[in-house]
Design a protein around this ligand. Structure first.
Ligand SMILES: Cc1cc2nc3c(=O)[nH]c(=O)nc-3n(C[C@H](O)[C@H](O)[C@H](O)COP(=O)(O)O)c2cc1C
Length: 252
């Protein structure tokens, strides 16, 4: 198909742009400070200590990785059973856990990321997790904590409505929303940042699928969502930070 309407999308998928970038002039090469590796949380937010995510994952998800891969599938029906806080911590660590802080600019996580830039923040629409009140939370991977952003008994339905009424989201125990903060990647890769952010999102999603299998849960990735409605749900500005991907999770 030679239809011009696909041209910009196909260009995005290629790496043609790399040869047009003067890498000696990127923000990183010019010595500018990179954006923070973790978005600061609101000073008035209630902050919840999570059980150690690495230990939780290894303790709870003992299934061989090959078996998890064989079993992995998208699950859209969930039991009305809560996840424990330990299970949630295991899933958060599998998807974005920080393994090693190398410097003020660089940390290594459980998922790979181009240039170790890790452009994502994780928001949670919590319906049924331990004793957590339903509402919106944000993972603080460098602190092993959750910031409670608001309490909202209708968060599940609101999340589903922001995804064109996909009902399984409302029935999930928790729905993970990943936002991108593109400046983290642009600082190093300039115009070549955007494709690799999209690639990185896939790693996060797959780790969630595999870790869910390990804890007897299931998830379903979602890329069909209303951009503006999801950004508003999370109260992000839609330019410097915006939703890129999400996944509903619940017990099988
Ligand atoms: C990037 C991506 C976006 C997806 N978006 C949705 C979605 O919006 N709604 C949905 O019900 N399933 C969605 N899915 C799940 C796919 O429909 C599912 O992976 C596919 O049907 C194959 O089934 P399986 O995952 O069980 O192998 C998405 C999956 C991926 C990887």
């Amino acid at each position: 198909m030679s239809d011009k309407k696909f041209a910009s999308g196909r260009f995005f998928l290629k790496d043609t742009v790399r040869k047009q970038i003067n890498f000696s002039q990127t923000a990183q090469s010019l010595g500018q400070d990179g954006p923070p590796l973790q978005k600061p949380w609101p000073p008035d937010a209630f902050v919840i200590e999570l059980p150690d995510g690495s230990k939780a994952l290894q303790h709870l998800a003992g299934m061989p990785v090959g078996e998890a891969m064989v079993r992995r599938e998208s699950i859209r029906q969930y039991q009305n059973i809560a996840l424990t806080l330990e299970e949630l911590s295991a899933l958060l660590w599998a998807t974005q856990g920080v393994k090693q802080v190398i410097s003020a600019d660089t940390a290594l996580r459980t998922v790979p990321s181009a240039g170790a830039r890790h452009s994502f923040e994780t928001y949670l629409a919590v319906n049924r997790v331990g004793n957590l009140p339903s509402g919106l939370y944000r993972y603080l991977p460098f602190d092993g904590k959750l910031a409670q952003l608001n309490i909202d008994t209708k968060i599940g339905r609101r999340a589903a409505m922001a995804c064109f009424g996909q009902g399984f989201i409302a029935a999930s125990a928790v729905t993970f929303f990943w936002t991108a903060i593109p400046a983290r990647m642009e600082w190093r890769y300039d115009l070549a940042a955007h494709k690799v952010i999209a690639i990185d999102a896939g790693h996060v999603g797959q780790n969630l699928y595999l870790a869910c299998e390990g804890i007897g849960a299931g998830c379903c990735a979602v890329a069909a969502y209303d951009q503006q409605a999801c950004d508003e749900l999370l109260a992000v500005d839609g330019e410097e930070e915006f939703v890129i991907y999400l996944a509903a999770v619940g017990k099988k």
